[in-house]
Design a protein around this ligand. Structure first.
Ligand code: ADP
Ligand code: MG
Length: 253
């Protein structure tokens, strides 16, 4: 899926968070946005997903050249956009597998029997090294931070998204779990080459596991600098506040 953010300005609670934000992600590309806490990364992800709290002042969001600004969250999800939240919520009394089945029925074109659904769900859960019992409990209830993240990825993989936004996937995941989760994602991306990814992070660690084609540094509500993986390494070395000359640095190639 191709996603284009065009001159996007967004305010929340009368405060402008995104200011003429521009970014184009082509089919099959992996982009990373890096930025310090509070710069507006989660705001960006929720605006793409269609959360109503955000007031779009200007600009557009295009999916395969069509504006999605008027589409509610569930329609954006149906188009193939999936946001893995920074802080996943839990829902008491809503059974995990029933919730995922309902959303699979909404989103996927081919109809799955309950039997085939459970087989596929268990297969993916086992890739993620999740306990099968979790599939039949209330959604995310009492799960650890890492288990919630695995659960989100499980849900994502079941929906077969065409554009995945990972908002600080590594927060709450230990190194082993991060490895398991990113291996499952990489496998999916290998099998679905047209799926695009936006990785939102303030640490470079996740980028060692899912290699981005492009890296962007976010500052003052927009992208201040774009580059390749090398930019992530420079940000790691110098931090967000120090300015640096990308061209002058060659030791990270
Ligand atoms: P990041 O994810 O980069 O840490 P956020 O997008 O979460 O940043 O937040 C950016 C700014 O917007 C912060 O100043 C935050 O307080 C503010 N903000 C985000 N969402 C809301 C909201 N729902 N209500 C009030 N302020 C918000
Ligand atoms: Mg955030």
């Amino acid at each position: 899926m191709q996603i284009e953010l065009k001159d996007l300005s967004v305010e929340v609670n009368d405060k402008e968070i995104l200011k003429n934000f521009n970014l184009k992600i082509n089919k099959g590309e992996i982009h990373a946005i890096m930025g310090p806490n509070g710069v507006g990364k989660s705001t960006l992800s929720k605006v793409i997903m269609g959360y109503p709290d955000y007031n779009i002042l200007n600009g557009d969001i295009l999916v395969d050249n069509n504006s999605i600004l008027n589409l509610p969250i569930n329609m954006r999800s149906k188009l193939g956009i999936f946001l893995v939240y920074q802080n996943p919520i839990s829902i008491e009394g809503v059974n995990e597998s029933e919730l995922i089945k309902a959303s699979v029925d909404q989103n996927r074109l081919e109809k799955l029997s309950l039997y085939d659904f459970i087989l596929e769900l268990e297969d993916k859960a086992s890739d993620l090294e999740m306990d099968k019992k979790m599939l039949h409990r209330s959604f995310n209830l009492g799960f650890s931070g890492g288990e919630k993240k695995k659960n989100e990825i499980l849900w994502a993989l079941m929906l077969k998204p065409k554009f995945i936004i990972l908002d600080e996937l590594d927060s709450g995941l230990d190194v082993d779990s991060l490895k398991i989760v990113t291996e499952a994602l990489n496998k999916y991306l290998k099998e679905n080459k047209e799926t695009s990814v936006l990785i939102i992070t303030h640490y470079t660690r996740i980028l060692d596991y899912i290699k981005p084609d492009f890296v962007h540094k976010m500052q003052d509500g927009k992208i201040a600098l774009s580059g390749t993986f090398k930019l992530a390494k420079l940000i790691e070395k110098y931090g967000y506040n120090q300015s640096f000359d990308i061209k002058g640095e060659t030791d990270f190639e």
